[in-house]
Design a protein around this ligand. Structure first.
Ligand code: AMP
Length: 430
């Protein structure tokens, strides 16, 4: 399958042969003229990235002259499924400080001289693109998660007003934009967002606040020198957010492939049950390695003492993970299988009633335990297993299930009992 393609517009810091496998730069042309810069392309973690410098490689293109139509067209033409833009913004709010990131969710277009449509003639009928939510929520969620993960100061929402420029606002204008409800101000985003929406390419922005425009009496009014300085100081952080977001897309892709490696057997072991059979994943060496790598990455820094596996498919995964993590392995079994003294806990299964058992000496008080099974359905088995661990005074770090059947609400059951739940793949009816 072809790799996912993502377009990036703005100063991204990614245009680096050391970051981009197969680094290339190519000149392209479009029916709307040339984009602002050659496209720099390459692969990051299995994702093909296409980068355009909005203001040209040497920042020679003023906002009014940026050929947004060519930029968006060129990226769409390369097959980009998403476009992520970076931009510097002035803050119109006290609490959006210099260096803070804002994941924009709305714009107000105050430009006056831009080309704002691909449809200058309605040759094939009228085109009036709806734009109530101009920024892709998929991208916004990923950008927010990336900022969160990296520990950056960020604002989950923000309305940007885009002005014509290249001059900055007057105080009267700046205060008026505050009255409008704008949170930040810049000279680039609205036209790009409009065109990306027309072109039907999901578009998201990571905006960085560099100044307080000119409304704030105790701050110097915005100047290009200050904006450039704050941007330079923060390039590395912007680059990290972009890399994390791209990696998150590549993780989604890996999870999608893992999901494809799982077989579904309808009506097993009872009529109406869609049995999710992981034996097909287990026998596939690449899929198995990927799954264990992903779980290892998640848990390597959790200081876990032992992984507890639930019979029987949970044993396989728990065993492999314990091996990778270098922890102990604890077995939670069906009744009558464990030879030494046990404690037992009954539960209802999606298809029947059962109980689980554990050796009384399997866990010592305060040991950090990761509970693992292949799948969470109603959560009955896992909750009973948690009770066993808690009775032995083990501390459950998290309950981990590669597969989740959300309709059966196992997650809710465990979370109500104050347990943390981690799953990778959801199967919903299909
Ligand atoms: P539950 O207690 O309802 O969360 O059920 C989870 C246990 O039952 C896990 O050990 C699963 O391996 C098994 N299980 C339940 N439903 C399914 C299913 N549809 N496909 C595969 N395994 C299942």
């Amino acid at each position: 399958m072809a790799a996912l393609k993502i377009g990036v517009i703005g100063g991204s810091g990614l245009e680096n042969p050391e970051l981009l496998e197969n680094f290339k730069q190519k000149e392209v042309d479009t029916p709307f003229g040339k984009p602002s810069s050659p496209i720099t392309t390459g692969r990051i973690n299995g994702v093909d990235v296409f980068i355009i410098s909005r203001h040209g490689v040497k920042h020679e293109i003023p906002p009014t002259q940026v050929n947004n139509r060519a930029n968006i067209f060129a990226l769409k033409n390369e097959g980009c499924k998403y476009i992520i833009a970076t931009t510097a913004v002035g803050s119109l709010r006290e609490d959006i400080r210099r260096g803070d990131f804002v994941i924009l969710d709305q714009f107000i277009d105050f430009t006056k001289q831009r080309k704002l449509t691909f449809f200058e003639q309605f040759e094939f009928g009228p085109v009036h693109t709806p734009m109530p939510e101009p920024f892709s929520n998929i991208l916004r969620k990923k950008l927010i998660e990336s900022c969160h993960k990296l520990g950056h100061a960020y604002h989950e929402k923000g309305t940007v007003v885009t002005i014509e420029g290249p001059r900055f606002s007057t105080k009267a204008e700046s205060k008026m934009f505050q009255q409008f409800g704008a949170d930040v101000i810049n000279m680039s985003i609205a036209p790009e967002a409009i065109l990306a929406n027309e072109a039907e390419v999901p578009y998201g922005v990571i905006a960085m606040s560099t100044d307080y425009d000119c409304w704030k009496e105790d701050e110097e009014p915005a100047s290009w020198e200050v904006i450039r300085m704050v941007m330079r100081e923060n390039t590395e952080r912007v680059k990290k957010v972009l890399l994390e977001t791209i990696n998150s897309f590549s993780r989604d892709e890996e999870i999608r492939k893992l999901k494809e490696s799982i077989r579904t057997i309808p009506n097993f072991p009872k009529q109406g049950i869609m049995f999710r059979d992981i034996t097909t994943l287990l026998k596939d060496k690449d899929a198995l390695r990927k799954l264990i790598d992903m779980l290892y990455d998640r848990y390597k820094d959790f200081a876990i003492d032992a992984v507890a596996g639930i019979e029987s498919r949970g044993f396989v995964l728990a065993g492999m993970l314990a091996g990778r993590l270098g922890t102990g392995l604890v077995l939670i079994r069906k009744p009558g299988k464990l030879p030494a003294e046990t404690i037992s806990e009954p539960y209802n299964l999606e298809y029947g009633v059962d109980s689980v058992e554990i050796h009384k000496d399997a866990i010592s008080p305060k040991q950090k335990i990761l509970l693992v099974d292949d799948l969470i359905a109603t959560g009955g088995t896992a909750l009973a297993s948690c009770k066993l661990i808690t009775q032995l005074q083990g501390e459950i770090v998290e309950c981990c299930f590669p597969i989740e059947l959300p309709e059966l609400k196992g997650r809710e059951k465990l979370e109500q009992a104050n347990q943390k739940v981690f799953t990778l793949m959801k199967f919903e009816g299909e």
